[in-house]
Design a protein around this ligand. Structure first.
Ligand SMILES: CC(C)(COP(=O)(O)OP(=O)(O)OC[C@H]1O[C@@H](n2cnc3c(N)ncnc32)[C@H](O)[C@@H]1OP(=O)(O)O)[C@@H](O)C(=O)NCCC(=O)NCCS
Length: 191
């Protein structure tokens, strides 16, 4: 059965304070660490994140989502408005964009189409806001599997960019390009 059939569809819901515990567990998963840093001695994927504080700091420009499959949490997403998000991680950047991070924390949920499903639902939710012109992402330059994953969804390479210690390959998906790919299904997510 395809993971994109309606009865197997991953459900995205806003993260709540009680999700900090699972975000901490996923933060220490080797496959998540290797996707987020080139440092081989890293013990956490997001070493600067206090998950209680991250979840408490959520707002309309900075929000985490939890992906559930048949009620079981399997992964997380972060959606920000990069021009308005308070840490200004993306530096000076044009308005009316969204930036997405995604990580499936449960190893047995990898590679079955759930990540594609999560991204499609979230992209759709981002473009449901009429002012949003494009979605940007910043995978590590070394994460070639993630590049393939994003490019299959329609993302195009913008270029190499350093974020702190991280050497990233910024990708961007324009609204027109996404729309031209046809219907992607309705979503209840509100980023
Ligand atoms: C990237 C990720 C969200 C993709 O979700 P998924 O459900 O595993 O992927 P799908 O089944 O929808 O699509 C398969 C494609 O995803 C990518 N992928 C699969 N496993 C992956 C992994 N462990 N790490 C990175 N990319 C992976 C590959 O492009 C794969 O295609 P391939 O088999 O031809 O190489 C997921 O693998 C993940 O969370 N990986 C670890 C964290 C990460 O890399 N996040 C992105 C950082 S920018």
């Amino acid at each position: 059965m395809s993971p994109l059939t309606p009865d197997r569809r991953v459900r995205l819901r806003p993260a709540v304070a009680g999700d900090a515990v699972r975000l901490r567990v996923w933060d220490a998963q080797p496959h998540v660490i290797s996707a987020t840093t080139d440092r081989h001695d890293a013990e956490r994927a997001f070493p600067d994140s206090d998950w209680d504080e991250e979840l408490a700091a959520q707002s309309d420009v900075f929000r985490y989502f939890i992906a559930e499959l048949d009620g079981r949490p399997i992964g997380a997403m972060l959606v920000i408005d990069p021009a308005r998000e308070p840490s200004h991680y993306w530096g000076v950047i044009e308005p009316d964009l969204r930036a997405i991070d995604i990580w499936i924390g449960e190893p047995d949920a990898l590679g079955q189409g759930h990540g594609s499903d999560m991204m499609a639902q979230m992209i759709e939710a981002c473009f449901a806001e009429p002012e949003v012109v494009a979605v940007v992402i910043d995978p590590l330059a070394s994460n070639a599997r993630a590049h393939r994953f994003y490019q299959r969804l329609g993302f195009e390479v913008v270029g190499r960019r350093r974020f702190g210690e991280d050497d990233c390959l910024v990708h961007r998906l324009e609204r027109e390009r996404w729309t031209a790919r046809g219907p992607h299904g309705a979503t209840e997510v509100t980023p």
